[in-house]
Design a protein around this ligand. Structure first.
Ligand code: ASP
Length: 452
């Protein structure tokens, strides 16, 4: 293990000169913070579009926003991107004219298809890293921007959902410098053919995590605009607090069911090398944040409750389906053919239900039903929409059924109808499905019973 700390700063942490100065202070406070991964500048106003979306809009000649019924054409996006970077340069007080001219040239590139989208989408991170390194230097903090296209952060050619290739690890291991902070743009890499390819959205987390893995960092700090992972959505549960310590297993379960702090796959490299991930707030660096670790002592019961809305389940009944070998496999294959991801499929002797994201049924539900009827001939089939799945998570739930009993009985006392219950095979979480209309009330009851 090396002593150094890899820090990743998300879009809101690097959205403006004021935010970038906060980043500089944080980085210089600890001499172990030697590698800094940055996102593209985030939104200043929550109503505006993200810079990366503007870049994708330029790449798709306005189709990206048109699909979302947003009326911003590609020329307007170009203007928004250039103005944004010019403003950052001016507010940072650096000599950035050359960099902004290069940005303008990049925006006029004549690449085609996914290569074009990936290249342009990466420019937010690329230019932000260069400006941030220049600002650090101006302030007397020795810094160097190291770009994926130069040091060989090599990824496969899935242009819009790239994966890092193991040959990169050696190149990354040579990144740390004795006398300078290294600033690396997140979110993209370079293919063996020399093209730019990006990770999935939010992928700067992945860059940071892969770098932490390759240099065997002592800690991976993920700086954002919240003070950690909260026990439940703080917009709904006023008393919810940041969870001080979580295991990798717990954060993956919470993230897969609606918690949205950290890229789901970014845990994996750190988990493999047992590198703690520390989620912290750039605007409140004094807050303790959330540490994500391999193990947690004590293994408290429920640490957090996730909530996933817009869930539907397709229920079917057929005598003896539980004994019909291949029935479930065939059913799941049909969902696979329709490209629909299945969350759960509780089953019994004569019944089965498949829980899915309701949006995935838009435009396909009639064909899906017809196919199921033709292939599996159920006696009865029904689709229940607008469910919310509430998922209490905690290592201490293993072999301890008391919290599940308490949760169900508290919901029963409040006359909240339960549509579905499912204990995870890991036994460290369980899922309760309720109608969306009572989701807020159910979450509050579960919080009060299991955590608060
Ligand atoms: N800027 C990219 C996005 O908006 C990547 C990131 O922020 O992590 O998805």
């Amino acid at each position: 293990m090396s002593e150094l700390v890899v820090c990743k700063f998300g879009g809101s942490s690097v959205a403006s000169a004021t935010q970038i100065e906060k980043v500089r202070k944080i980085v210089t406070e600890d001499p172990l913070r030697r590698i800094v991964v940055v996102s593209a500048p985030g939104r200043i106003d929550p109503k505006e579009q993200k810079l990366t979306d503007h870049l994708i809009n330029i790449a798709t000649d306005g189709a990206h926003f048109r699909d979302q019924r947003v009326t911003i054409n590609s020329a307007q996006s170009k203007q928004a991107v250039v103005t944004r970077f010019e403003r950052i340069v001016e507010d940072l007080g650096i000599h950035g004219d050359e960099i902004v001219s290069e940005l303008r040239r990049d925006l006029d590139c004549d690449l085609r298809g996914d290569r074009r989208v990936a290249f342009l989408a990466s420019r937010g991170e690329h230019y932000n890293a260069r400006l941030i390194a220049a600002y650090f230097e101006k302030c007397g903090t020795k810094a160097r921007a190291r770009l994926p296209e130069e040091f060989g952060f090599t990824v496969n050619s899935e242009y819009l959902d790239a994966r890092l290739l193991p040959i990169s690890y050696e190149n990354i291991a040579s990144l740390p410098e004795d006398d300078a902070v290294v600033v690396v743009p997140g979110f993209y890499g370079v293919t063996e053919g020399g093209d730019i390819a990006v990770f999935s959205r939010g992928g700067s987390d992945l860059t940071g995590s892969e770098i932490a893995y390759a240099v065997d960092a002592s800690r991976y700090e993920n700086w954002t605009d919240v003070s950690g992972v909260f026990e439940a959505d703080p917009r709904l549960i006023k008393k919810a607090q940041a969870i001080p310590r979580l295991t990798f297993k717990e954060i993956r379960l919470l993230s897969s069911k609606g918690f949205n702090v950290f890229h789901l796959n970014a845990m994996l490299p750190c988990r493999q090398r047992k590198i703690p991930i520390h989620i912290r707030n750039t605007n409140r660096p004094e807050d303790q944040g959330t540490l994500i670790l391999s193990e947690r002592v004590p293994e408290e019961g429920v640490v957090g409750i996730a909530r996933l809305d817009n869930v539907a389940y397709i229920y079917m009944q057929k005598d003896q389906l539980g004994e019909e070998i291949g029935f479930t496999a065939e059913l799941l294959r049909i969902f696979q053919d329709f490209g629909i991801q299945t969350y759960h499929y509780p089953t019994d002797k004569d019944d089965i239900a498949v829980v899915v994201n309701q949006q995935d049924l838009t435009g396909t539900i009639n064909d899906l039903r017809r196919r199921i009827e033709q292939k599996l001939k159920p006696d009865f089939m029904d689709v229940v929409y607008n469910l919310s799945i509430l998922t209490p998570v905690g290592m201490g739930l293993k072999g301890n059924s008391y919290p599940m009993v308490a949760a169900l009985s508290a919901l029963g006392d409040a006359h909240i109808p339960i549509e579905m219950v499912d204990l995870s095979p890991s036994q460290i979480c369980f899922h309760i499905g309720v109608q969306y209309a009572v989701g807020d009330a159910a979450l509050q009851i579960l919080y009060d019973t299991l955590i608060g």
